[in-house]
Design a protein around this ligand. Structure first.
Ligand code: ZN
Length: 464
């Protein structure tokens, strides 16, 4: 199968030119001007920006939580991702207590295979660093193309591990070339504040935010970076939400340490005020870390401008408000509200707002939604750029396309949207995955199960 994309403005993290792209059997084999080759599919991209497909390195599809599962599975979630211009994602597979890492890998492969419509990989969530788990970290990095592992400094009894465990895991990556991803919030402090709030009868959704102070994230971020420094390895902080935590990353980077962090659109566009919405509406915004006071948003944009933040991912983890009543599990107790919100489909459109507002340029846009995620997690140059030899994953982005975000018209399988009613300008028109048109002007052309598991390389992140 061959595809020819003609007359688009090709935009990568570093280049911009008008050209044609020829894709043969899923891989870009020729880029030039005035290419006149026979192709099975010819696409006119004039007036469009042709950018590498989005890479979302933080999703939770079909994730079990408190007797329910996140609302999107690997079929609905990847189709929604594709509509939003994302062509690769990395999801999290969760180690079961008392087991190594392989059973979880197999479970998550079982969830994804036959359903995923775009390419995917996994990070492994390590909950207990047994000898078996340590050994599996090595084996997965070397043989399975799973080169990143997530640890939690929060959620005691569920995910939280102590400093010794974190340090041992970090040391392990020094030898095997893996990367530790950290959920950095001080779980002990938060758990105490939550219990105190409940004892005082504070049950409303906003108390989720009021019991998770920014200092708890800043402290854990600083500690995680210090542990990585002592182990002599890089570290990647997931879903950084506030200035307090960003300052710790900035300080470390100024010292020359390989500390990295991602933020998410919700922290760039939403704020604590959303918890003050009437009734139980605030539950739709319950996620961890929580939304912060609005002034943090400018600090995060600045972090993206200066490369103190390298990646924008989504932490897509949707739970329905009413049909089925998932968020309602916490109707009388904010601590029982499933944590998470939808975002897999709206990431590129929202970050594009930053381009329109002059906060970042189009090359930085490509970098933070595609190129740096690929370089951080061993996918580059197969993914994350438009170059000869790279996969034909691309978004033909229409900077003039207008739409209003609404749960009804978006494709995520969830009954609300945190950005309901927000008017956007600039959206994907055509999306290609390995040379195949999977979205054509809002119409789904792909099929479930066509997505492939991508083996990732180990080694230091290729991001400055
Ligand atoms: Zn997450």
């Amino acid at each position: 199968m061959t595809t020819l994309v003609k007359n688009g403005t090709i935009v990568t993290a570093s280049d911009r030119y008008v050209g044609d792209i020829y894709i043969d059997k899923g891989v870009i084999t020729l880029i030039g001007q005035g290419l006149n080759l026979p192709a099975d599919t010819v696409i006119d991209a004039s007036g469009k920006l042709v950018m590498p497909g989005g890479i979302d390195v933080h999703t939770h599809l079909d994730m079990p939580f408190g007797g329910t599962n996140s609302a999107d599975d690997f079929e609905t979630g990847t189709i929604a991702a594709a509509h939003g211009g994302t062509t690769t994602l990395i999801d999290f597979a969760i180690q079961n207590f008392g087991e190594g890492l392989y059973p979880a890998f197999e479970q998550w492969m079982g969830r994804a295979q036959g359903r995923a419509a775009i390419d995917y990989g996994f990070h492994m969530i390590v909950r207990e660093l047994s000898d078996q788990a340590s050994h599996d970290m090595d084996r997965m990095t070397r043989h399975e193309g799973i080169s990143s592992f997530k640890l939690f400094m929060a959620y005691p009894g569920v995910f939280q591990v102590d400093d010794a465990t974190i340090f041992r895991a970090l040391l392990r990556t020094r030898d095997n070339g893996g990367l530790i991803c950290m959920h950095a919030e001080n779980g002990g402090v938060i758990d105490t504040l939550v219990k105190e709030a409940l004892r005082q009868g504070h049950t409303a959704p906003k108390y989720h935010a009021l019991t998770r102070p920014t200092r708890a994230e800043g402290e854990a971020t600083g500690r995680a970076i210090a542990l990585a420094e002592m182990a002599g390895v890089p570290i990647y902080i997931v879903h950084l939400s506030c200035s307090d935590a960003l300052e710790k990353v900035k300080q470390a980077r100024d010292m020359g340490l390989p500390a990295y962090a991602e933020t998410c659109p919700q922290y760039l566009f939403l704020s604590y005020e959303d918890y003050e919405r009437p009734g139980f509406e605030g539950a739709g915004y319950v996620m961890s870390p929580p939304l912060r006071e609005k002034w943090n948003q400018e600090a995060l944009w600045k972090g993206l401008q200066k490369n103190d933040l390298q990646v924008v991912s989504t932490d897509h983890c949707p739970f329905c408000m009413n049909t089925p009543p998932q968020k309602q599990l916490g109707k009388d107790d904010f601590s029982k509200i499933p944590n998470g919100a939808p975002g897999i489909e709206t990431r590129l459109m929202l970050v594009w707002e930053g381009v329109r507002a002059g906060k970042i340029d189009v090359h930085r846009f490509v970098e933070i939604v595609s190129t740096s995620p690929a370089k951080m997690f061993g996918l580059w140059p197969k993914k994350g750029t438009i170059a000869v030899g790279s996969d034909g994953d691309m978004v033909l982005f229409d900077p003039d396309r207008e739409l209003v975000l609404a749960a009804k018209s978006l494709h995520m399988r969830v009954d609300y949207n945190p950005y309901e009613g927000r008017a956007m300008r600039g959206a994907p028109a055509v999306v290609l995955s390995r040379g195949e048109v999977i979205v054509d002007h809002g119409e789904w052309k792909g099929r479930p199960g066509r997505g492939e598991f991508v083996k990732r390389q180990a080694g230091r992140p290729l991001v400055p």
